[in-house]
Design a protein around this ligand. Sequence first.
Ligand code: NDP
Length: 290
Amino acid sequence: MRKKSVTVIGLGPMGRAMATAFLDSGHPVTVWNRTRSRADGLVAKGAVLADDPAGAVSAGEIVVLSLTDYDAMYAILGPATGALTGKTLVNLSSDTPDKAREAAAWAAGHGAYYLTGGVQAAPDGIGKEESFTFYSGPKSVFESSREVLEVLTRTDYRGEDPGLAALYYQLQLGVFWTASVAFLHALAVADAHGIKAAELVPYLSDTMATMPDFFGFYGPRIDAGEHPGDVDRLSMGVVSVDHVVRTSEDVGVDASLVAAVLAVFERGIAAGHAEDSFTSLIETFRKPGS
Ligand code: NDP
Protein backbone atom coordinates (compact mmCIF):
# COMPACT_ATOMS: atom_id res chain seq x y z
CA MET A 1 0.00 0.00 0.00
CA ARG A 2 1.26 3.50 -0.81
CA LYS A 3 2.69 5.26 2.22
CA LYS A 4 1.75 8.92 2.72
CA SER A 5 4.48 11.49 2.32
CA VAL A 6 5.50 13.12 5.58
CA THR A 7 7.37 16.34 6.34
CA VAL A 8 9.13 16.86 9.65
CA ILE A 9 9.98 20.46 10.57
CA GLY A 10 12.27 20.80 13.58
CA LEU A 11 15.18 18.42 13.95
CA GLY A 12 16.11 18.52 17.62
CA PRO A 13 16.54 15.10 19.25
CA MET A 14 12.78 14.53 19.08
CA GLY A 15 12.26 15.59 15.46
CA ARG A 16 15.25 13.52 14.33
CA ALA A 17 13.86 10.45 16.12
CA MET A 18 10.48 11.02 14.43
CA ALA A 19 11.93 11.49 10.96
CA THR A 20 14.00 8.32 11.47
CA ALA A 21 10.88 6.36 12.48
CA PHE A 22 9.02 7.53 9.36
CA LEU A 23 11.97 6.61 7.13
CA ASP A 24 12.28 3.19 8.78
CA SER A 25 8.61 2.49 8.11
CA GLY A 26 8.92 3.37 4.43
CA HIS A 27 7.32 6.82 4.29
CA PRO A 28 8.76 9.35 1.86
CA VAL A 29 10.21 11.97 4.25
CA THR A 30 11.05 15.62 3.68
CA VAL A 31 12.72 17.59 6.47
CA TRP A 32 13.55 21.18 7.22
CA ASN A 33 15.45 22.71 10.12
CA ARG A 34 16.74 26.21 10.87
CA THR A 35 20.20 24.73 11.47
CA ARG A 36 20.53 22.76 8.25
CA SER A 37 23.42 20.54 9.37
CA ARG A 38 21.10 18.72 11.80
CA ALA A 39 19.52 17.07 8.74
CA ASP A 40 22.76 15.43 7.56
CA GLY A 41 22.20 12.02 9.15
CA LEU A 42 18.60 11.89 7.90
CA VAL A 43 19.56 12.82 4.35
CA ALA A 44 22.10 9.97 4.43
CA LYS A 45 19.18 7.65 5.31
CA GLY A 46 17.02 8.88 2.42
CA ALA A 47 15.22 12.02 3.62
CA VAL A 48 14.96 15.03 1.33
CA LEU A 49 16.12 18.34 2.82
CA ALA A 50 13.82 21.10 1.58
CA ASP A 51 15.30 24.44 0.59
CA ASP A 52 12.84 26.44 2.65
CA PRO A 53 9.76 25.98 4.90
CA ALA A 54 7.30 26.54 2.02
CA GLY A 55 8.98 23.76 0.03
CA ALA A 56 8.93 21.49 3.08
CA VAL A 57 5.21 22.06 3.65
CA SER A 58 4.38 21.52 -0.02
CA ALA A 59 6.21 18.18 -0.10
CA GLY A 60 4.30 16.41 2.68
CA GLU A 61 0.69 15.24 2.86
CA ILE A 62 1.18 15.35 6.63
CA VAL A 63 3.43 18.00 8.17
CA VAL A 64 4.76 17.22 11.65
CA LEU A 65 6.20 20.06 13.73
CA SER A 66 8.67 19.29 16.52
CA LEU A 67 9.82 22.68 17.80
CA THR A 68 10.76 24.22 21.13
CA ASP A 69 7.43 26.05 21.34
CA TYR A 70 4.66 27.56 19.25
CA ASP A 71 6.50 30.84 18.68
CA ALA A 72 9.03 28.82 16.66
CA MET A 73 6.16 27.59 14.48
CA TYR A 74 5.08 31.17 13.66
CA ALA A 75 8.70 32.15 12.99
CA ILE A 76 9.05 29.30 10.49
CA LEU A 77 5.59 29.09 8.90
CA GLY A 78 4.64 32.78 9.11
CA PRO A 79 6.43 33.51 5.82
CA ALA A 80 5.10 30.24 4.27
CA THR A 81 1.36 30.51 4.89
CA GLY A 82 0.61 30.30 1.17
CA ALA A 83 1.69 26.65 1.23
CA LEU A 84 -0.62 25.65 4.10
CA THR A 85 -3.93 25.33 2.23
CA GLY A 86 -5.20 21.76 2.33
CA LYS A 87 -2.27 20.49 4.41
CA THR A 88 -2.56 18.56 7.66
CA LEU A 89 -0.38 20.15 10.34
CA VAL A 90 0.36 18.03 13.40
CA ASN A 91 2.04 20.16 16.03
CA LEU A 92 3.97 17.95 18.45
CA SER A 93 5.76 20.91 20.05
CA SER A 94 4.90 21.62 23.65
CA ASP A 95 3.18 24.80 24.80
CA THR A 96 0.08 25.90 26.73
CA PRO A 97 -3.52 24.91 25.88
CA ASP A 98 -4.34 28.53 24.97
CA LYS A 99 -1.40 28.67 22.57
CA ALA A 100 -2.62 25.42 20.99
CA ARG A 101 -6.12 26.84 20.49
CA GLU A 102 -4.73 30.04 18.96
CA ALA A 103 -2.54 28.01 16.63
CA ALA A 104 -5.47 25.85 15.51
CA ALA A 105 -7.45 28.99 14.62
CA TRP A 106 -4.40 30.46 12.84
CA ALA A 107 -3.90 27.26 10.81
CA ALA A 108 -7.60 27.03 9.93
CA GLY A 109 -7.45 30.67 8.80
CA HIS A 110 -4.81 29.60 6.28
CA GLY A 111 -6.85 26.61 5.08
CA ALA A 112 -4.90 23.91 6.94
CA TYR A 113 -6.21 20.97 8.98
CA TYR A 114 -4.68 20.97 12.42
CA LEU A 115 -3.99 18.56 15.27
CA THR A 116 -2.26 19.20 18.59
CA GLY A 117 -0.10 16.47 20.10
CA GLY A 118 1.60 15.99 23.45
CA VAL A 119 4.31 13.35 23.25
CA GLN A 120 4.65 11.21 26.38
CA ALA A 121 8.03 9.77 25.52
CA ALA A 122 11.68 10.70 25.25
CA PRO A 123 13.29 10.56 21.79
CA ASP A 124 14.49 6.99 22.40
CA GLY A 125 10.86 6.00 23.06
CA ILE A 126 9.76 6.97 19.53
CA GLY A 127 8.71 3.85 17.63
CA LYS A 128 8.33 1.84 20.86
CA GLU A 129 5.13 0.04 21.80
CA GLU A 130 5.05 1.45 25.37
CA SER A 131 5.06 5.10 24.24
CA PHE A 132 1.98 7.17 23.54
CA THR A 133 0.97 10.67 22.51
CA PHE A 134 -2.11 12.71 23.43
CA TYR A 135 -3.93 14.18 20.41
CA SER A 136 -6.78 16.62 20.05
CA GLY A 137 -8.49 18.50 17.26
CA PRO A 138 -11.09 17.52 14.65
CA LYS A 139 -11.85 13.80 14.94
CA SER A 140 -11.95 13.35 11.16
CA VAL A 141 -8.45 14.84 10.84
CA PHE A 142 -7.18 12.58 13.60
CA GLU A 143 -8.70 9.48 12.01
CA SER A 144 -7.28 10.24 8.58
CA SER A 145 -3.80 10.80 10.09
CA ARG A 146 -3.88 8.07 12.68
CA GLU A 147 -2.08 5.34 10.77
CA VAL A 148 0.84 7.67 10.02
CA LEU A 149 0.99 8.99 13.59
CA GLU A 150 1.04 5.46 15.00
CA VAL A 151 4.44 5.03 13.37
CA LEU A 152 5.69 7.32 16.16
CA THR A 153 3.81 6.10 19.24
CA ARG A 154 0.43 4.74 20.22
CA THR A 155 -2.23 7.46 20.06
CA ASP A 156 -4.66 8.69 22.71
CA TYR A 157 -7.28 11.00 21.21
CA ARG A 158 -8.68 13.36 23.90
CA GLY A 159 -11.31 15.32 21.97
CA GLU A 160 -12.11 18.08 19.48
CA ASP A 161 -10.79 21.01 21.54
CA PRO A 162 -7.26 21.59 20.19
CA GLY A 163 -6.13 22.67 23.65
CA LEU A 164 -6.85 19.28 25.23
CA ALA A 165 -3.70 17.44 24.13
CA ALA A 166 -1.57 20.34 25.38
CA LEU A 167 -3.52 20.38 28.63
CA TYR A 168 -3.07 16.64 29.30
CA TYR A 169 0.62 17.01 28.44
CA GLN A 170 1.13 19.95 30.83
CA LEU A 171 -0.76 18.17 33.63
CA GLN A 172 1.66 15.24 33.37
CA LEU A 173 4.65 17.58 33.30
CA GLY A 174 3.46 19.54 36.32
CA VAL A 175 3.55 16.34 38.37
CA PHE A 176 6.75 15.15 36.69
CA TRP A 177 8.75 18.32 37.32
CA THR A 178 7.61 18.92 40.90
CA ALA A 179 8.35 15.26 41.75
CA SER A 180 11.73 15.48 40.00
CA VAL A 181 12.74 18.60 41.94
CA ALA A 182 11.52 16.96 45.17
CA PHE A 183 13.79 14.04 44.25
CA LEU A 184 16.79 16.38 43.96
CA HIS A 185 15.90 18.08 47.23
CA ALA A 186 15.77 14.72 49.03
CA LEU A 187 19.17 13.77 47.57
CA ALA A 188 20.68 17.09 48.73
CA VAL A 189 19.45 16.52 52.29
CA ALA A 190 20.70 12.92 52.20
CA ASP A 191 24.08 14.05 50.86
CA ALA A 192 24.42 16.50 53.75
CA HIS A 193 24.33 13.38 55.93
CA GLY A 194 26.86 11.53 53.76
CA ILE A 195 24.20 9.33 52.13
CA LYS A 196 24.69 8.93 48.39
CA ALA A 197 21.98 8.77 45.74
CA ALA A 198 22.70 5.09 45.05
CA GLU A 199 21.77 4.24 48.62
CA LEU A 200 18.58 6.32 48.74
CA VAL A 201 17.15 5.80 45.26
CA PRO A 202 15.67 2.32 45.94
CA TYR A 203 13.70 3.70 48.91
CA LEU A 204 12.47 6.76 46.99
CA SER A 205 11.47 4.45 44.15
CA ASP A 206 9.43 2.31 46.55
CA THR A 207 7.67 5.46 47.77
CA MET A 208 6.86 6.55 44.21
CA ALA A 209 5.55 3.06 43.44
CA THR A 210 2.83 3.59 46.07
CA MET A 211 1.50 6.68 44.27
CA PRO A 212 -0.89 4.89 41.86
CA ASP A 213 -2.76 3.33 44.79
CA PHE A 214 -2.74 6.69 46.56
CA PHE A 215 -4.17 8.50 43.52
CA GLY A 216 -6.67 5.69 42.98
CA PHE A 217 -7.93 5.92 46.55
CA TYR A 218 -8.25 9.71 46.75
CA GLY A 219 -9.34 10.45 43.14
CA PRO A 220 -12.98 9.34 43.52
CA ARG A 221 -13.31 11.20 46.84
CA ILE A 222 -12.04 14.38 45.19
CA ASP A 223 -14.47 13.94 42.28
CA ALA A 224 -17.27 13.54 44.83
CA GLY A 225 -16.16 16.73 46.64
CA GLU A 226 -15.65 14.72 49.83
CA HIS A 227 -12.63 15.28 52.07
CA PRO A 228 -13.34 13.30 55.25
CA GLY A 229 -10.58 13.16 57.84
CA ASP A 230 -11.06 9.42 58.39
CA VAL A 231 -7.70 8.37 56.94
CA ASP A 232 -5.59 11.51 57.25
CA ARG A 233 -6.17 14.96 58.70
CA LEU A 234 -4.66 18.25 57.59
CA SER A 235 -3.71 19.02 61.20
CA MET A 236 -1.48 15.93 61.12
CA GLY A 237 -0.18 16.68 57.63
CA VAL A 238 0.93 20.23 58.46
CA VAL A 239 3.10 18.95 61.33
CA SER A 240 4.57 16.28 59.08
CA VAL A 241 5.50 18.78 56.37
CA ASP A 242 6.97 21.12 58.99
CA HIS A 243 9.29 18.27 60.05
CA VAL A 244 10.43 17.90 56.44
CA VAL A 245 11.18 21.65 56.24
CA ARG A 246 13.17 21.65 59.48
CA THR A 247 15.09 18.50 58.52
CA SER A 248 16.25 20.44 55.44
CA GLU A 249 17.01 23.70 57.27
CA ASP A 250 18.93 21.88 60.03
CA VAL A 251 21.60 20.83 57.53
CA GLY A 252 21.60 24.14 55.62
CA VAL A 253 19.86 22.78 52.50
CA ASP A 254 17.57 25.17 50.60
CA ALA A 255 14.09 24.36 51.91
CA SER A 256 12.16 26.62 49.51
CA LEU A 257 10.42 23.76 47.71
CA VAL A 258 9.11 22.06 50.85
CA ALA A 259 8.41 25.47 52.45
CA ALA A 260 6.08 26.17 49.50
CA VAL A 261 4.28 22.89 50.27
CA LEU A 262 4.05 23.89 53.93
CA ALA A 263 2.55 27.25 52.94
CA VAL A 264 -0.23 25.45 51.04
CA PHE A 265 -0.97 23.28 54.08
CA GLU A 266 -1.04 26.35 56.33
CA ARG A 267 -3.52 28.08 54.02
CA GLY A 268 -5.74 25.00 54.27
CA ILE A 269 -5.60 25.14 58.07
CA ALA A 270 -6.37 28.89 58.01
CA ALA A 271 -9.38 28.15 55.78
CA GLY A 272 -10.79 25.85 58.47
CA HIS A 273 -9.85 22.42 57.05
CA ALA A 274 -7.76 21.16 60.01
CA GLU A 275 -10.06 18.16 60.58
CA ASP A 276 -10.42 17.36 56.86
CA SER A 277 -8.16 15.27 54.66
CA PHE A 278 -5.20 16.89 52.92
CA THR A 279 -7.30 16.54 49.75
CA SER A 280 -9.25 19.59 50.96
CA LEU A 281 -6.17 21.57 49.81
CA ILE A 282 -7.64 21.40 46.33
CA GLU A 283 -10.04 24.11 47.54
CA THR A 284 -7.10 26.39 48.40
CA PHE A 285 -5.78 25.91 44.86
CA ARG A 286 -9.18 26.84 43.47
CA LYS A 287 -9.24 30.03 45.58
CA PRO A 288 -5.63 31.26 45.44
CA GLY A 289 -6.52 34.65 46.95
CA SER A 290 -8.07 33.26 50.12
P1 NDP B 1 14.95 21.04 20.93
O1 NDP B 1 14.79 22.26 21.72
O2 NDP B 1 16.25 20.30 21.02
O3 NDP B 1 14.69 21.28 19.36
C1 NDP B 1 13.84 22.23 19.01
C2 NDP B 1 13.78 22.48 17.53
O4 NDP B 1 13.12 23.74 17.42
C3 NDP B 1 15.11 22.60 16.79
O5 NDP B 1 14.92 22.06 15.52
C4 NDP B 1 15.31 24.11 16.71
O6 NDP B 1 16.06 24.53 15.59
C5 NDP B 1 13.88 24.57 16.54
N1 NDP B 1 13.65 25.96 16.91
C6 NDP B 1 13.54 26.49 18.16
N2 NDP B 1 13.29 27.81 18.08
C7 NDP B 1 13.25 28.12 16.76
C8 NDP B 1 13.02 29.32 16.04
N3 NDP B 1 12.76 30.48 16.67
N4 NDP B 1 13.04 29.27 14.70
C9 NDP B 1 13.28 28.11 14.06
N5 NDP B 1 13.49 26.93 14.68
C10 NDP B 1 13.47 26.94 16.03
O7 NDP B 1 13.72 20.13 21.34
P2 NDP B 1 13.45 18.56 21.27
O8 NDP B 1 13.79 18.03 19.94
O9 NDP B 1 14.04 17.91 22.47
O10 NDP B 1 11.88 18.57 21.49
C11 NDP B 1 11.00 19.10 20.53
C12 NDP B 1 9.62 19.26 21.16
O11 NDP B 1 9.19 18.01 21.69
C13 NDP B 1 9.60 20.27 22.32
O12 NDP B 1 8.43 21.02 22.28
C14 NDP B 1 9.62 19.37 23.55
O13 NDP B 1 8.99 19.99 24.65
C15 NDP B 1 8.83 18.17 23.05
N6 NDP B 1 9.18 16.96 23.79
C16 NDP B 1 10.50 16.63 23.94
C17 NDP B 1 10.86 15.54 24.68
C18 NDP B 1 12.31 15.19 24.87
O14 NDP B 1 12.60 14.34 25.72
N7 NDP B 1 13.23 15.78 24.10
C19 NDP B 1 9.84 14.69 25.33
C20 NDP B 1 8.48 15.07 25.03
C21 NDP B 1 8.19 16.18 24.31
P3 NDP B 1 17.67 24.58 15.63
O15 NDP B 1 18.12 23.16 15.47
O16 NDP B 1 18.03 25.46 14.51
O17 NDP B 1 18.03 25.14 16.98
